[in-house]
Write a protein that binds this ligand. Structure first.
Ligand code: ATP
Length: 137
């Protein structure tokens, strides 16, 4: 068993998809270890996405991710990182498989409804960015 970190991004929160996305996540066998509605400041988003700081879309990404509330969560399941990336689908919803969260709920390549950690190491770093020990169950 291991863990991944996710965010329901501002577009999906604005569009009223929190409940449907959490239902799909739990129905797919993930246990919710930590969960909250929160908002990243511009500084938070810059730090969270620092790995993309040289990419042309960095400014747009930081502005988007800080513009409204998100749902942050830590999820537990065997093979959590890989299975969650499969559940959310390709980065661009136009390329995402049928039934994936991005296919169902994403707006565009930039505003793509959900984040999923890409490695166990990043899952731990990203989870710790948003949650303290007492918030984990
Ligand atoms: P995430 O890290 O959010 O799970 P990902 O791993 O599928 O997404 P990355 O390549 O790490 O995709 O990009 C991080 C995020 O940056 C994407 O989810 C998307 O919101 C945004 N993004 C990526 N490429 C572009 C682009 N070409 N134009 C605008 N935004 C982009």
């Amino acid at each position: 068993t291991n863990r991944t970190f996710t965010m329901i991004k501002p577009d999906a929160v604005e569009n009223g998809h929190i409940g449907a996305i959490l239902e799909k996540i739990t129905a797919s066998g993930f246990r919710i270890v930590a969960l909250k509605l929160t908002q990243m400041t511009v500084a938070d988003a810059k730090e969270f996405y620092a790995v993309h700081s040289e990419r042309p879309f960095y400014g747009e990404l930081v502005e988007f991710m800080s513009r409204g509330p998100i749902v942050a969560a830590i999820l537990e399941k065997e093979n959590a990182v890989e299975d969650f990336r499969t559940l959310i689908g390709a980065t661009n919803p136009a390329d995402a498989a049928e039934g994936t969260i991005r296919k169902l709920y994403a707006t565009s390549l930039g505003e793509n409804a959900v984040h999923g950690s890409d490695s166990d190491e990043n899952a731990a770093i990203e989870g710790a960015f948003h949650f303290s020990g007492r918030e984990l169950f």
